[in-house]
Design a protein around this ligand. Structure first.
Ligand code: AMP
Length: 115
């Protein structure tokens, strides 16, 4: 299968604003932000979607959440941010390489779970 857009960004084959990286993941600015702060936390491992993760990915999934917290602190939004994962086209997933959306900088209503 062809490399995803995100794998090509990780491999520096496509440009992107990378704001964080470690051995397991990178964080980039979303190209079409839905909030003043809209970042994507992306594992280097190309898991297509959350439901494709297995027990082997237990530590990686935890790492992604810890990275989200670290990135939130790095950009100064640790007191108020939202993390979203879209799983499958029906849920709005458009890039089939697992990623966490980190959104901040706007008021989120309690009932509104989307962007
Ligand atoms: P999803 O709809 O959950 O699959 O999210 C994919 C996200 O990737 C969308 O918010 C897009 O705006 C974003 N996106 C797509 N291509 C790029 C890119 N080249 N650089 C940064 N973000 C991108």
């Amino acid at each position: 299968m062809a490399d995803s857009i995100f794998t090509r960004i990780i491999n520096r084959e496509l440009p992107s604003e990378i704001i964080y990286e470690d051995e397991h993941c990178i964080a980039i600015k979303d190209i079409a932000p839905k909030a003043p702060v809209h970042l994507l936390i992306i594992p280097r491992k190309p898991i297509a979607k959350l439901c494709d993760a297995s027990g082997d990915d237990l530590a990686l999934l935890g790492h992604l959440l810890l990275a989200a917290g670290a990135v939130a602190r790095q950009v100064g939004v640790e007191d108020a941010f939202r993390v979203i994962v879209n799983n499958g086209a029906g849920a709005g997933q458009t890039v089939f390489h697992l990623h966490l959306h980190l959104l901040a900088g706007k008021q989120f209503s309690e009932s509104q779970l989307g962007f």
